[in-house]
Every structure is written in structure tokens, then in C-alpha cells.
Design a protein around this ligand. Sequence first.
Ligand SMILES: *Cc1c(COP(=O)(O)O)cnc(C)c1O
Length: 336
Amino acid sequence: MKWIDLRSDTVTKPTDSMRNAMVQADVGDDVYGEDPTVNLLEKTTAQLTGMEAGLFCASGTQSNLLALMSHCNRGDEYIVGQLAHTYRYEGGGAAVLGSIQPQPLNLEPDGTLDLAKVARFIKPDDFHFARTKLLCLENTHGGKVLPMGYLAEARTFVDAHNLLLHLDGARVFNAAVKSNVAVQKITHHFDTVSCCLSKGLGAPVGSVLCGPEDFIQKARRWRKVLGGGMRQAGILAAAGLYALEYHVNRLEQDHKNARRLAAGLSEINGIGLHPGGVQTNILFADIKGDIDKLYQHLKTQKILIDPSNHLRLVTHLDIAPQDIEHTIGAFKSFFM
Ligand SMILES: *Cc1c(COP(=O)(O)O)cnc(C)c1O
């Protein structure tokens, strides 16, 4: 039996058809701009997100860092959620490599930043302060889709305050599928967006940063500086193109699996979970009792989790409905 790995949607392995697309890919030296498959991926993602241009990046971390470094100069500031990936989980890259000061603020329970609160943290134009330049949002955040009305409010807000707006859209396709809209209905509110190909979309590597042409030119320069200029990267981009064509609509299945898992686990005494709160492919369960024992028990059933009493479970391409039933059974046998 295969492993059921619920730690993250990054653990998927490329399917045979995706590998086939990679083998067939037409390639060239992308640093010379000569890789047709990379060029097509960049163009395709830009069109999907309604942006002028795209840039293929090694990871979401690199893509977000390039966005921050291209929007902000040394001594500028970006406002970001305290638990947002760009602030908390990217090694402080904006500060370390960009000399950009983060201004983290607590997120609201729905994953938004309260704009009235953001307003209070925009620094006056005065040399005592860093120059506030950018607001950074994340969609989905912890599997939650930012409300559509909020996105429009955020756009109006940044325009009124002369800020730019970046979206960490690592899972923006999950948000679009959940909302039943084309992804550009979400992204058009933003100046720039970073989308991961290697999460729910199931590609082995890569993210695409999209935005205006002149912004992407700057980001392309920073990507080279950061060692991210890749050569025959079309091998990787082919997987991304395949994912954009065949793995977007099927995200609905991951969301359905997550809902079923949540419903099953919520019946267990010892697990705290609100099944109604599950919107996309990520759910959180509060586990009473010894998490290491649960981890070991699940391991004997070929189920992998990241042990934490505030347990995050993620569904993806390599998890089928019967795996969900097996998982619910394995949790039940531990608690009952
Ligand atoms: C995964 C992720 C990223 C980027 O991660 P990489 O592992 O560097 O590709 C960025 N933002 C969010 C919200 C993520 O989940």
C-alpha cells in the first residue's frame, strides 16, 4: 500500500503524463530568453492572471522575494500578516537580502488584514521612518479564501494611500476554484502576484511571478543576482504548463476530500474541529492527548502527519477518496 502523506500539498509526485510532457519539452537557454517552454509558461500564467508578463522562479519563496525586492528599495517597508508566509516562513529574506523592513500586523480570523489597522501603521513621510511602500496579502491563507469584496476594498485602500499591492497566491488557484471564478477575478485587484505550481497543482518545481512588464524586467534582474537564472528550464516549465492545463479544475476534488476528512474527524471525541470552516484543501484539527503516540499509530497505517496538537492536514493530487476513508478509520481506531 502507498503512503498517505497529509503533511502538505508539496509532496505530490509528477504523474506519468506530466513526466511525459517534461520529456517532450522543447528547450533552450532561458538566461538568453531562448527557452520556448519557459516563455510559453510565463505568457500563459500572465494571461491567466490578467497581468502583462510573467517570470518563472525556482520557488514561491524566491518569487515573493523578487516581488518585494522589485517593488521596494533599501529603507522601504512592506506591511504584512504576522503569520503570512512572506514574513514568517521565508527566512526573513526581504530584510536579509533586500534591506526592506517588514511591518507585521495580526491577521483577522478570515485571513484578511484590517485596513483601518493597516492605515494606522503607514508611516508619515518623515526621515524618522522607513518609507511604507507595499501591502502584501495571502490567498488562500491557512486554506481560507479572502472574501472577494475585501479584495476590492484593499485595492481602493492602497490607491488612496499610494501603496502597491502584492498577492502571495501560492494557492490562488484553490481560491479561484472554491469561488468558482476565473483566477483573474481575484488577481486583477493586485499589482503583482506569485503563484505556486508545486503545491496543489502538482508540478515538481516552480512558481510564476506575474505583473507589469517593467516590474518583471526588474524581477528578472534580481532573479539572476540571486542565482535563479536557470538554463534549459523548459523541462520544469513543461510540468507547470501541464499542471495549468490539467490540474486546476481537479482541485475541487481536493476540497471535497478535505471536507469529507473534516466531517469524519469531527465525529471523534478527542478531536476539536469545525467542519464548516474548511474551505479548500487545508484543515486544522485540535488533538487532545499524546500527539507522538497518534503520529506513531498513524505511521503503522501508512499515514504521515506533521505531529502537532494543532494539527494541519492537507489534501492533494496523490490523495484519493478511499485514502480519506482509510485515514478517518485510522484516527477512529486510535481514539476509540
Ligand atoms: C508554499 C508557500 C509559499 C512558497 O513556498 P516555496 O516552498 O518556497 O515554494 C509561499 N506562500 C505560501 C502561502 C505558501 O504556502
